[in-house]
Ligand binder design. Structure first.
Ligand SMILES: [Zn+2]
Length: 208
């Protein structure tokens, strides 16, 4: 079964927007793993210095998220940029668990066996995909392993790299799956548009 979602319910030619976690949590991760100076530099390179003092409280233009990810890769090594991006994804997962995913739904997911819980979680994610993939397209396919795909992925847009770079999504999915599906869940990006793949693909596995 393939389920897809992600096209924003946006009228006309409005530019795609993404939830502010993709900015706020990257800032937090830079402070945690790098330094305030590095955070200043990365945000300046992205043209987003104003967010260092005033964090966005509403959805931001997709172009800002793309610029911030490009700045991470420009200012840091690809490994360090990946670590920051992944940490930002984990923090986004924590935020969603604390503020966005209703507690009764979380109890149901934790009670279900991993397979059905994962299916229900990814279905719920599909309904909200437009808030985090912008103009991208989200889909998933249950199986061993479970596969999530994001075409026209905003995180790696414009990137050419020697390894997958969409650690932000891998981190967010991993945190959600570890809490709601199985503590053994691991998520890795196995195909990335930055390496020429037609879509970014993530594998979720809790059976290893
Ligand atoms: Zn990717």
């Amino acid at each position: 079964m393939t389920v897809s979602g992600g096209q924003a319910p946006q009228p006309g030619a409005q530019p795609a927007r993404i939830g502010p976690n993709a900015i706020i949590r990257v800032g937090e991760a830079l402070l945690a793993l790098e330094s305030a100076e590095t955070a200043d530099r990365v945000f300046a390179t992205a043209g987003l210095s104003h967010y260092r003092q005033n964090l966005p409280s509403e959805m931001v233009p997709e172009a800002e998220v793309i610029a911030l990810q490009q700045a991470l890769r420009a200012e840091l090594s690809i490994e360090a940029a990946g670590a920051v991006s992944r940490d930002a994804g984990l923090r986004t997962g924590d935020y969603l668990l604390a503020h966005r995913i209703p507690k009764p739904a979380q109890r149901v997911l934790k009670w279900l066996p991993p397979g059905p819980a994962c299916r229900m979680l990814l279905k719920a994610v599909a309904n909200n995909a437009w808030t985090f993939v912008g103009s991208g397209h989200y889909g998933f396919e249950m199986g061993r392993p479970v596969r999530v795909s994001i075409a026209q992925c905003p995180i790696c847009r414009g990137a050419t790299a020697s390894l997958p770079v969409c650690d932000f999504y891998a981190g967010a999915f991993e945190r959600l799956c570890q809490i709601l599906v199985s503590p053994r869940a691991r998520v890795r990006e196995t195909q990335c548009q930055a390496l020429g793949a037609p879509a970014c693909q993530f594998e979720i596995d809790w059976r290893r």
